[in-house]
Write a protein that binds this ligand. Sequence first.
Ligand SMILES: C[S@@+](CC[C@H](N)C(=O)[O-])C[C@H]1O[C@@H](n2cnc3c(N)ncnc32)[C@H](O)[C@@H]1O
Length: 213
Amino acid sequence: MKVQIITLFPEVFEEVLNNSMLWKAQDIGVVNFEVINLREFGIGPRNQVDDPPYGGGDGMLIMVKPMVEAIEFAKKKSKNAKVILPTPRGKNYVQSEAKNLASENNDLIIVCPRYEGYDERITDWVDVQYSIGNYVLTGGEIPAMVIIDSVVRLIPGVLGGEESAEKESFQSDDKSIEHPQYTRPEEFRGKKVPEVLLSGHHAEIEKWRMKNQ
Ligand SMILES: C[S@@+](CC[C@H](N)C(=O)[O-])C[C@H]1O[C@@H](n2cnc3c(N)ncnc32)[C@H](O)[C@@H]1O
């Protein structure tokens, strides 16, 4: 899966993409990331990418031309990629969306608006719009990271067997939560691990886990 990210802040992806599971996914060759600097598609001598909204209002919007040209640039490398726009106007991004994106195994292009948002005409070049929650973030970069992380860890081979996603929270129906877990020591400052987990009684442990989901 090739994942291209279009952003004004390429450097913020450096650490996130090159550590832990996202690094491993690249290492085993199931994913390949490319970060595209939207500024390179800016207009005029100052590479302008934003302008005030028609009709007035606060702040600046990402202009349609630089963003569409950046998407077209990315599409040249990845003709059938799905273009994703993180936006509060989008549908709720939940685990089943991550599962679908991982199983489709389509290449992705994720665009990251900033400032007060973007010229709505950009959405004509977008396949899907996602909101990652009912709060406002400063830009599309953190939502892009959320989407990338949640999708890539579901690509077969990325999580080892012992870290399998199957039993994790939200995996079966976007609502179910995994049971609480404990590790050593058995007691910390008077706080004890539930007795049943130390019993070695698998049926009872399973019962406790089901009850505490
Ligand atoms: C400061 S926000 C713009 C908010 C916009 N003026 C509004 O009120 O809906 C800048 C960009 O961050 C991204 N963003 C912010 N919150 C988001 C969310 N909850 N889900 C997805 N993307 C979000 C979007 O790309 C958005 O265009």
